[in-house]
Design a binder for this molecule. Structure first.
Ligand code: PLP
Length: 371
């Protein structure tokens, strides 16, 4: 089945008890045992599993082409679970441009004796040079946040073949509609379902999808169940609902983003545009090969200083000045101030999430703000 069809149907079926087409939300935290002590429906306590989370996990596994998925209460909880599944003495290689929360988490695990190297993965030699005997995890994020670097997932998987190293790809910005990391050689796809997958700026969530239901995934499952950083049944329901329109939303948003990026690229007050859909982007060819469209995130540097960038952000009327991404409303933010004092992000850089408004209106809004 095609991914549009899976998005509508995977993990769902009409409710056996009532015929309801939309799944009921099962709020019960506990489930009844049979007289013989068994749990014939497979559920016993909602932290371990519940019908809404199970539906969501089945759906996510099918969308990413994995054997199993585990849903979490946020993208960060999902990322933390992967680091917790490592052992003291292990080493992680991650991209130098990376969601700042993931970078902070990796650093956080230093005190559990998990070492890390942050390298520019657009050059595969840097990954090879960073390899150590104890490297167990390579963390890819592509496109990267906030500089939209493109990392060649397949090339890295070929480099690491036959080594005991898990390749994780944070696929939040591309979604399985635009990019399929497991097919390109990654072992695990990770999502902040908070973003495009939920898609309406109204639910936090995370997910880990594993190509194989192997020992490493079993560890993840164990941490999910015993650690309990799980989404509530209602949150699972919201994310599953969001998925039904994901293919349409991400396509429309990506198509608008190309137009906005082109507009900015030709504007005299813009110093630089970071968008992989522009032929001038250094990762354009790789993105064309590994992504179906180029996504709906754009960063750009305003000519001048932080003050000039802030002034542009202060003048927009349709874009909402807020962090996050992937919702129906377009967002704009001064990224360096979100990332804090250690940031390497240029001070005149603004990051945008292109929403579902008409691109002409977005371009007019930016045009007025740049005047
Ligand atoms: C937002 C985000 C995360 C973290 O997700 P939360 O749900 O906010 O914890 C991780 N990776 C990327 C790429 C993100 O954009």
């Amino acid at each position: 089945m095609k991914i549009e069809t899976l998005s509508v149907h995977a993990g769902r079926k009409p409710d056996a008890a009532t015929g309801a087409v939309t799944p009921p939300i099962h709020l019960s935290t506990t489930f009844e045992r049979e007289a013989n002590g068994e749990y014939p429906k497979g559920y016993n306590y909602s932290r371990s599993s519940n019908p809404n989370r199970e539906s969501l996990e089945i759906c996510l596994a099918q969308l990413e082409g994995g054997q199993s998925a585990a849903a979490f209460s946020s993208g960060s909880a999902a990322a933390m679970t992967i680091f917790q599944a490592l052992s003291p003495g292990d080493h992680i290689i991650a991209s130098d441009d990376l969601y700042h929360g993931t970078r902070n988490l990796i650093k956080f695990f230093e005190k559990w004796n998990i070492a890390s190297s942050f390298v520019d993965m657009t050059n595969i030699n840097n990954v090879e040079k960073a390899l150590r005997k104890n490297t167990r995890l390579v963390w890819i994020e592509t496109p990267t946040n906030p500089l939209l670097k493109i990392i060649d997932i397949n090339k890295i998987s070929i480099l690491l073949k036959k080594r005991n190293i898990k390749i994780v790809c944070d696929n939040t910005w591309a979604t399985p509609i635009l990019q399929q990391p497991l097919e390109l050689g990654a072992d695990i796809a990770l999502h902040a379902t908070t973003k495009y997958i939920g898609g309406h700026s109204d639910v936090l969530g995370g997910a880990i999808i594993s190509k194989k239901d192997d020992q490493f995934f079993q560890k993840i499952r164990e941490i999910q169940k015993s650690g309990g950083a799980v989404p509530s049944p209602f949150e699972c329901w919201l994310v599953l609902r969001g998925i039904q329109t994901l293919p349409l939303r991400i396509r429309a948003q990506s198509e608008s983003a190309i137009q906005v990026a082109k507009f900015l690229d030709s504007h005299r007050k813009v110093e630089k545009v970071y968008y992989p859909g522009l032929p001038s982007h250094p990762g354009h060819n790789i993105a064309s090969a590994q992504m179906k469209l180029f996504g709906a995130m754009i960063s750009f540097q305003v000519k001048g200083t932080k003050k000039d960038a802030m002034r542009v952000a202060s003048k927009v009327k349709i874009f909402v000045r807020a962090t996050s991404l992937g919702g129906p409303e377009s967002l704009i933010e001064h990224r360096a101030s979100v990332e804090g004092p250690d940031t390497k992000t240029p001070q005149n850089l603004l990051r945008m999430s292109i929403g579902l408004e008409h691109p002409d209106d977005l371009i007019e809004d930016l045009s007025k703000a740049l005047k």
